[in-house]
Design a protein around this ligand. Structure first.
Ligand code: 6CS
Length: 281
């Protein structure tokens, strides 16, 4: 805990240094976004991280934080497009989006591919299973060790990677496009487990209101992950400007006011840093 507090203080100090730098440096990408009047964000539509209502309104903790920050940077509108997690970074690199604000968890290989902001949303992993968890599947290792257990997860997502890294054969790791599909596939017995972060599975369980389902959380052989807003390599000046505003919001309590109603812990994001998360695991 002490390490995390010092880590958090170091992060604030680092951002303060960036704040001085960020004001001064050229920011052509931000100038372009201010000129066009909107920022294109990639999301997954996985509440409470990101959500798109029937009327098209975009919400969720990640877009809500990003919307406030970009407004303060002089970019009034957010235009969201839904993407599979595995397509978010290629979409960013192909300039289809300006930033990913979707709960894209920091992992070393992703940290090498994008310019992450400081941490925003942290969560552990969870399983959705049939009531009673008939195959006793409580960890990724247990799924791998089981003779025929199947797990569903987002394509290119962290849970898919955790299942494969635990040794589950590819043909027992099923790519699931979205939460509703995952829910139905567990209900119909087409997969034994559907894996997403705890708050995402909790939302699905609440919505389903199905007594024949239960959640295993947290999954003990997976770490707590945190996301950050992910910018294209080369847009570090925009990322730094984003971080300056994010640090102010964390400092003022505004950050907690936005993320905590969704169930996220502001303290968890504030007790770690991009540097720590990109070096970990
Ligand atoms: O970053 C990821 O890969 C994971 N993040 C979230 C918020 N949901 C599932 C996805 O696999």
């Amino acid at each position: 805990m002490r390490k995390m507090i010092f880590g958090g203080l170091a992060a604030v100090a680092a951002v303060a240094a960036i704040a001085i730098g960020a004001e001064a440096q050229d920011n052509p990408k931000l100038d372009q976004l201010k000129e066009q009047g909107f920022v294109r964000i990639a999301i997954a539509n996985e509440p409470p991280f990101t959500a798109v209502a029937a009327d098209g309104k975009v919400s969720g903790a990640a877009p809500d934080v990003a919307r406030v920050i970009f407004e303060r940077l002089g970019v009034p509108e957010v235009v969201a497009s839904i993407s599979e997690y595995g397509a978010m970074i290629p979409g960013l690199q192909a300039r289809r989006h300006d930033v990913v604000t979707a709960g894209l968890f920091m992992r070393p290989e992703r940290c090498a591919a994008v310019a992450y902001s400081e941490p925003v949303l942290c969560d552990a992993e969870a399983f959705l299973v049939k009531k009673g968890n008939p195959k006793g599947l409580t960890t990724y290792a247990a799924i791998a060790a089981h003779a025929d257990a199947t797990i569903g997860a987002p394509g290119g997502g962290t849970e898919e990677r955790l299942a494969l890294e635990a040794g589950t054969p590819r043909d027992r790791v099923i790519v699931v496009p979205d939460g509703q599909s995952g829910l139905k596939m567990v209900q119909d017995g087409r997969i034994d487990v559907y894996s997403l972060p705890v708050l995402s599975i909790s939302e699905l369980v609440k919505l389903a209101n199905d007594p024949n389902l239960e959640m295993v959380a947290p999954v003990s052989d997976a770490p707590v992950y945190c996301d950050g807003a992910a910018f294209r390599k080369g847009d570090e000046a925009l990322r730094d400007a984003f971080d300056v505003e994010l640090a102010k919001m964390k400092e003022s309590g505004e950050f907690a006011q936005i993320v905590e109603p969704y169930g996220f812990s502001a303290a968890a994001a504030m007790s770690t840093s991009r540097e720590q998360l990109c070096a970990a695991q």
